[in-house]
Design a protein around this ligand. Sequence first.
Ligand code: LLP
Length: 434
Amino acid sequence: MKTVLLHDNYGINEEGHFTVCGYDTVKLAKEYGTPLYLLDADKVRKMAGIYTECAKKYFKNAKILFASKALSFKKIYKLAESAGLCADTVSPGEIYTALEAGFDPKKIYFHGNNKTYEEIEYALSNGIGYFVADNEVEIENIEAACVKLSKKADVILRVTPGIDPHTHEKIATGKVDSKFGVAIETGQAMEFVRRTLSKKNITLCGIHCHVGSQSFDPQPFLDAADIMMKFIYDVKKECGYTLEILNLGGGFGVRYLPEQTNLDIEYMLKEISARIKANCEKYGIDEPEVCFEPGRSIVAAAGVTLYTVGNVKTITGYKSYISIDGGMADNPRYALYKAPYYCLIADKADKDMDFRADVAGRCCESGDLIQENVFIQKPDIGDVLAVCVTGAYNYSMSSNYNRLCKPALVMLSKDKVEIGVKRETFEDLVRNDE
Ligand code: LLP
């Protein structure tokens, strides 16, 4: 088997080395050390551009919010803002990072299913654009914070349309039985609307739902659009109030493996737009402002993680393990979700992938694997092993388990290479220890 280049920013150079954004990953590993997160900033801009272009082309008024839980550090907010994106944040930490990067607070949306009063005050006093309120307790707290700070808040309500996105159970977030949002089906969402409308300092702007993650199928989004548009109509009928924003969340799929295809984002957004327009006609209502919150599909393919191969162990009659100098601390997704990844030996990228092995991390537990039972080039000690499509939910979900320092993150563009996040040091590890 030959190496498959999963995305258009990946390549193989004359030396047979794997490249990202035209840069030789073997050289980058040498220069910056491993483990190393690479992020192709040009690819991020390109993906953002596809969304913003489609937003203009197919919708009367649409906004693209980068779901920054997928990847959060200062320069990614700068990049996102310059690419015309707003930011979906889920914690004061993400808000703080965005603000430190100079992100316009009005373009920040504050999500989360259990915002504390203090967090709400923090967001309000920093002038963030919208709260996406998950429940009635938050509405009470937002109103109380508004009174205390003499401010007004723009609020979007998170509701659950009751759709099973047929995806991995742990990342299915739009069903009725969900810790997120308030169900439409049970009538509780309408109560949520009424309660919000009764608050003097809150402007109810719209509704939000998120039907899952890593979806290649337009159907869950179309079903969600139908249910949400009907709800907008019902609110108008029952409360005489027009909800102006329809936020359909994120969840667009990304190619992690050769057997998957690249999602046609334009097709997805075009279909969703047609469905929204059809509903507007059906219910005689104006087209709302539509928001999408892609995270993974903006940054995943832009990322590649580089490791150095240590031990290669073959258990006679069983299997082989390739041990690398990172693992679940920098990428917990296989350990958590059995998430698929494509691995290759970067300095032998032009060679056949005929060696079957598990790629094992360095943490002290047997579940610390990056991938099991993959075919990869036969490695030698000291080779660079690349794990592809790691731009989303890797750095943002990394930990210091086993007191490992988090890797550096290097950003690549055609015209420059820059550090996005410095490699952690031992001093960083003990910074808060008394
Ligand atoms: N909006 C909301 C409200 C969300 O809950 C999420 C993801 C997104 C947007 C972005 O979804 P995306 O476009 O990135 O699929 N840690 C898991 C993913 C959890 C996603 C949770 N919500 C993983 O590593 O796969």
